[in-house]
Design a binder for this molecule. Sequence first.
Ligand SMILES: O=C(O)[C@H](O)COP(=O)(O)O
Length: 259
Amino acid sequence: MPKLLLLRHGQSQYNQESRFCGWINVPLTDTGKEQARSSAELIKTDPLTSKIPIHLTVTSRLQRAVVTSNIILESIDRLDMDVVKSWRLNERHYGSLQGLKKNDILQKYGQEKFMFWRRQYNGCPPESDVDSEFYRDTLKIAEFDNDLAEHPSLVPKCESLKMVIKRLKPFWENVIYASIKEKKNVLCVTHGSVVRALLTILYELSEDEVEHLNIPNGMPILIDFDDSTMKPKGNSWKYLEPERAKIEAERVRNDGLHQ
Ligand SMILES: O=C(O)[C@H](O)COP(=O)(O)O
């Protein structure tokens, strides 16, 4: 039964500072690195995953995900593994909110608008100013990711979850799902919005269901695929640590709500 191990990167500098991050290429904090090591430990020891050979790792172009995957691969002694990196696994582009403190945006625009931008399926933040310092990392990724360099019209200035699903689908079909169909196990280390987007694709979540989904840092999710239908088994995904994931997801939901 092929498997997908899916997780959000460990805590980043902007997670710690409660700032909108998107495509700004901030590093992991020490806590984030520790979370990556704990994820690896869990993958190595949990009876559901300890015997599973991982065949392919996929991650984004942002260092918080790349470093999380490197730490995991080093900890499970699989630095030899093929790793595919793509902008299509990048966090949702948070437009002109990138770099700003979440609570400042809440105070300025109110909770309804704040949560619309953070969680609604069609919630697209205002566009980035392409000359601003907060757009520099976007331009750098656009230059060095071949796929994006060849399709400059795809470089985002802001994104809703709906837009993330659209740009993610080709990578899902051609890389992740293509490997799963060959009975390979895939590790995908990505970002909160991309995990939400993948779960929406896999479980056909409604706009309302995905609006209430919050993804904690560094907590592996296991998805088994049925050998004959090649669809996810059961009607939901499994966190390796479900109780802790619930608590941490609530913390993510409340990010920025208090000063
Ligand atoms: O890009 C970001 O700011 C975070 O990684 C996700 O933030 P959110 O939980 O506010 O969407």
